[in-house]
Ligand binder design. Sequence first.
Ligand SMILES: [Zn+2]
Ligand SMILES: [Zn+2]
Ligand SMILES: [Zn+2]
Ligand SMILES: [Zn+2]
Ligand SMILES: [Zn+2]
Ligand SMILES: [Zn+2]
Length: 219
Amino acid sequence: MAPLNKVQAPSSQHLLHPMHPKHPLLQIYSSKEFECDGCKALGSGTRYRCDPCCFDLHTLCATCPSTLSSHLHPNHSLTLVNISNSKHRCDLCRDEVDGLFYTCRACDFDVHPLCTELPAHVQHVTHPHHVLKLEEHAIPGWCLVCRHTCRSWRYRCGTCGVDIHLECLLVSPETTTKSIHGATISTTVGVNHQLHHIHMVIITVTVMVMVMVTVMVIL
Ligand SMILES: [Zn+2]
Ligand SMILES: [Zn+2]
Ligand SMILES: [Zn+2]
Ligand SMILES: [Zn+2]
Ligand SMILES: [Zn+2]
Ligand SMILES: [Zn+2]
């Protein structure tokens, strides 16, 4: 499968995307949930849309580069591809990649565009004294939040040898609603390991980081 060509951007609100070459996509905001026709994950808020065709893309999926250098896979650059029913899984969240995703063919490394946006380092209320680093670790560990086993990618404090699942990052073990850095995050009771959930977590984390940057700029 050939890599996708670079996105053309006639203006910041319109763009032509190789997945929908017939019509330009318009950037709109709606609180209504949508399924991204690129990566097939759900989204809400700002998106690129062709209204007559009901074609929607996450802002990230509409604008992400055709090749990407990422700390997630430092030795090779990743190529954006569009493959339906790939039968491959995202190395980070372990859900299927379907449609638009990044790959390193040499290493069989695949990742959702949204998963490339996970922050490399986070701080978490359950382990406030050390920064947790996003990393792949072969030895199973225990998640501080849900107490279930962590395999493969997780947020880890190497000093203390403790882990948090990617999808548990914003889940509180005791309460259903909590506030982190002023952002209120509602979660269902228990841990939901579905694609939708982790991608909502990723979007929320990204928004949170943006909010924090904004606050820092104001200060
Ligand atoms: Zn998408
Ligand atoms: Zn269209
Ligand atoms: Zn993923
Ligand atoms: Zn590689
Ligand atoms: Zn967990
Ligand atoms: Zn620690």
